[in-house]
Design a protein around this ligand. Structure first.
Ligand SMILES: Cc1cc2nc3c(=O)[nH]c(=O)nc-3n(C[C@H](O)[C@H](O)[C@H](O)COP(=O)(O)OP(=O)(O)OC[C@H]3O[C@@H](n4cnc5c(N)ncnc54)[C@H](O)[C@@H]3O)c2cc1C
Length: 470
């Protein structure tokens, strides 16, 4: 069966075309007997503006619905892609980059917290954006679920993150104001560990270099203020009052709602299977459709492909019943504990009357589609063993809930933000290595800068996606 002739498909009404193609299939026996009426190609929108007046290609092209396998010989997405490519090659559209008068269309692949932030920031700047999510918004298969996330400024990882954190606080605040939702609750954050620990040195470097408000507490003072902890005599505490909790599910939903309110389209239950760069366009193939745009942003979390240098790590979030108000917000802060070569952290009850305790890293490398989602006794024991030594009241508490979550790690634990190497029209925001959530709105802002203007005023040298090459 030859490809549908481009000239005819482009010139005629889409539905009429499809009917003709289906009819031809029936006549020639392309569809097996008995299934001939089952297969349907539904044209939701066939919009390929390719004249002089067209500044860009609209994102939604063609949707093949129903039991597509019956029609694959006739009209596979690849054939449609070839068709679209041929059309694009012969078009006279203006180039995408550097044209201030051109409003680009952008496809955002994956709508977790990062995709939602990118869609919000693009839509806020007048860009026609389409988000494609394989599950439903707010699902629990990726990295953006689990009732609470830590936000802090005294960044042990690297002081260069601090200006981005300052901006993230502003943007979360603006989103709270515009959405009317409480997204961030300041509980204070206590960093605990030996003064000469690399982690504590990082915390102190960040507060020192950026003049962050903090208190340095010796072990006696930590014990006086927070008798819940058992720490060694040589330990110190750094308390920052700005530290707190973000409500992850609400943060995702608020950004999705804001993006939609500003005109972004977001489709759910549709999986992207390929992203092809064709000249000055990007063709995104999904299990339901082909979409064409001027650029695409890959915010796929643990499903990030295209040879990007990431590995996926299984992590577990555990909620232990808070049996007294000793752990209530106001009496107990968010904390990070540098315990030898391990880091444990915890958050006071938020969304459940339970203390959330986790080990940061130390999980196995997995694939997001096959990872074990059941929490095991071993998962629980890592955290209980730590609690027996350092937070005894929590150690014997009943486990109220547990959820597996995924870290998408780079080799240096810094993010990947910028153009995909060698692909001017493809951008990536990934590799958040277990500490990205708090940055989401500023990541959205950076990507919007890069897509629209090709540059950003934020310092993103730490995040160059090509830094591991060669
Ligand atoms: C247990 C745990 C605790 C954490 N704690 C903190 C913390 O306290 N503070 C902090 O700042 N950060 C924290 N993080 C890290 C932070 O949550 C992540 O960095 C962040 O959520 C990553 O968001 P994302 O949008 O990149 O990924 P995700 O939320 O996983 O979103 C990616 C989305 O892309 C979709 N997708 C992927 N492939 C496709 C495809 N082919 N087609 C369509 N859709 C696709 C996925 O379905 C998914 O919805 C934690 C992470 C975990 C796992």
């Amino acid at each position: 069966m030859p490809d549908p002739a481009p000239s005819r498909l482009g010139a005629r009404d889409g539905q009429e075309q499809v009917q003709e193609v289906e009819e031809r299939a029936r006549r020639t026996g392309t569809l097996p007997e008995g299934q001939r009426d089952a297969g349907k190609i539904e044209v939701r929108q066939l919009e390929i503006p390719l004249g002089d007046e067209a500044a860009h290609v609209k994102p939604v092209v063609l949707v093949a619905d129903g039991p597509r396998c019956q029609l694959t010989r006739l009209c596979t997405p690849r054939r449609i892609a070839r068709f679209v490519r041929r059309r694009l090659r012969s078009s006279s559209r203006r180039p995408f980059s550097g044209q201030d008068d051109v409003v680009p269309d952008v496809i955002v692949v994956g709508v977790g917290v990062m995709g939602a932030a990118v869609l919000h920031r693009l839509a806020a700047r007048g860009v026609a954006a389409l988000g494609i999510e394989q599950f439903q918004i707010g699902h629990t298969h990726g990295s953006s679920h689990g009732r609470s996330r830590v936000i802090r400024k005294a960044y042990y990882e690297d002081p260069r993150y601090v200006p981005l954190l300052e901006r993230a606080y502003v943007l979360w605040g603006e989103l709270e104001a515009s959405s009317g939702e409480t997204l961030l609750v300041r509980t204070g954050c206590l960093h605990l560990g030996p003064r000469d620990h690399e982690g504590m040195a990082g915390v102190l470097a960040s507060v020192g270099q950026h003049g962050l408000a903090h208190e340095l507490l010796d072990a006696a003072e930590v014990r006086r203020r927070y008798p819940q902890f058992r720490i060694a005599d040589g330990d110190v505490g750094v308390f920052e009052s700005d530290g707190g909790i973000l409500a992850p599910e609400r943060c995702v939903v608020a950004q999705v709602a804001a993006a939609r309110g500003l005109g972004a389209q977001i489709v759910e239950g549709e999986r992207v299977v390929d992203v092809l760069v064709e000249g000055d366009s990007v063709v995104v193939e999904t299990d339901r459709a082909l979409h064409v745009a001027g650029a695409a942003v890959l915010t796929q979390g643990s499903w990030l492909g295209r040879g990007m240098p990431v590995t996926v790590e299984r992590q577990v979030q555990l909620w232990f019943e808070a049996r007294s108000d000793a752990f209530a917000i106001g009496r107990f802060p968010v904390f990070m504990h540098f315990a030898g070569d391990q880091i444990f952290y915890g958050l006071p009850p938020f969304g459940l009357p339970a203390l959330k305790l986790c080990r940061h890293h130390g999980g196995p490398t997995v694939h997001p589609d096959t990872v074990g989602r059941d929490v095991t006794a071993g998962d629980e024991e890592h955290v209980r063993a730590w609690a027996r030594e350092h937070l005894p009241e929590a150690a014997g508490a009943r486990l109220l809930d547990a959820k597996v979550c995924l870290y998408t790690n780079t080799a240096d634990a810094n993010f990947l933000i910028g153009p995909v190497p060698g692909e001017e029209r493809l951008f990536v925001a990934g590799g958040f290595s277990g500490h990205g959530f708090k940055f989401a709105p500023v990541v959205g802002e950076i990507i919007a800068d890069l897509v629209i203007r090709g540059r950003t005023l934020h310092d993103i040298r730490l995040f160059n996606p090509g830094r591991f090459e060669g």
